[in-house]
Design a protein around this ligand. Structure first.
Ligand SMILES: NC(=O)c1ccc[n+]([C@@H]2O[C@H](COP(=O)([O-])OP(=O)(O)OC[C@H]3O[C@@H](n4cnc5c(N)ncnc54)[C@H](OP(=O)(O)O)[C@@H]3O)[C@@H](O)[C@H]2O)c1
Length: 265
């Protein structure tokens, strides 16, 4: 099958649940083909069934932290749909614990996501160049890579997101001559299976963070991903989609710090 640049093909890692699933839905709604990746075959099959459009959906299980997975994913897009136009580096994991409690193995595990994102982006860029029509990469970072927030202690995952964020800025300059754009969304807190292991106390610490006063939804993030994927004159942008955390600071502090209350006579 040859590449048809008029029908977009998007490869989405971590697409069986949460934000990745909503991104897949958004691309399908605009007529694109999607390749869904995740580590768990049964979750991918369930997601594909829920999404419908079997003629425009492919699945490929694989762990993106393993370098060999990268070419497998891109080759799936090429074999099934003739090429790849957009890569969404979305797969991720999370944990919260004090800085000094993280083990070296845990740090390595999170850093594997930077390596995986790097290597998969290399595979996609090689393919974009072969196709000769440019291409688009959207990375999923986090607002916590841009703002430290007291009470959300998650240094190991955030260091990995920091690498992905720096890669976004740096590569946007290097890849521009091939009309390959690379941007990132930096989400605030969006309830998804990502937080499955957190305690109620940890979840409560996240709730009041956003000045707009609510959690985000996977669709809030997917809308921004779709915009960046399609915005032909936008590259190197880290777009906060965070209910105002980046602009307004920590909603908890803003609403509850006693010194900010009006003085009573
Ligand atoms: N939710 C938030 O508040 C929030 C905030 C900021 C940033 N983010 C980022 O948004 C992204 C999506 O998270 P989410 O909230 O939608 O969580 P989620 O529902 O848990 O989705 C993450 C997906 O990634 C897959 N995955 C994890 N490790 C993988 C690996 N090594 N290789 C391939 N797939 C892998 C998981 O499926 P398997 O377990 O089957 O592999 C899962 O379906 C993550 O990068 C996360 O860090 C989320």
């Amino acid at each position: 099958m040859t590449h048809n640049p008029d029908t977009q093909t998007a490869l989405i890692t971590g697409a069986a649940t949460g934000i990745g699933y909503a991104v897949a839905q958004a691309f399908l709604n605009q007529g694109a083909n999607v390749v869904l990746n995740g580590r768990t075959e049964s979750k991918l099959q369930h997601a594909a069934k829920q999404l419908g459009h079997p003629d425009r959906v492919a699945t490929i299980a694989g762990d993106i932290t393993q370098a060999a997975t990268a070419d497998k994913l891109v080759n799936t897009a090429v074999q099934r749909f003739g090429g790849i136009d957009v890569l969404i580096n979305n797969a991720g994991i999370f944990s919260m614990k004090p800085f000094t409690d993280y083990t070296v193995d845990e740090v390595d595990s999170f850093l594997g996501y930077v390596r995986g994102t790097f290597v998969l982006s290399q595979s996609a860029v090689r393919r974009f160049r072969e196709q000769g029509n440019g291409g688009s990469i959207v990375n999923i970072s986090t607002i916590l890579a841009l703002n430290g927030v007291a009470g959300i202690t998650s240094s190991a995952p955030i260091v990995a997101k920091g690498g992905i964020t720096a890669m976004t800025k740096n590569l946007s300059a290097e890849l521009a001559e091939d009309n390959i754009r690379i941007n990132a969304v930096a989400p605030g807190i969006v309830p998804t299976p990502l937080y499955g292991d957190l305690t109620d106390e940890q979840l409560n610490a996240l709730h009041d963070l956003q000045p707009l006063g609510r959690y985000g939804t996977p669709k809030d993030i997917a809308d921004a991903v779709l915009y960046l994927a399609n915005a032909q004159w936008v590259t190197g942008v880290i777009l906060p989609v965070d209910g105002g955390v980046d602009a307004g600071g920590d909603g908890t502090t803003r609403r509850k710090t006693p010194e900010l209350e009006p003085a009573t006579a």
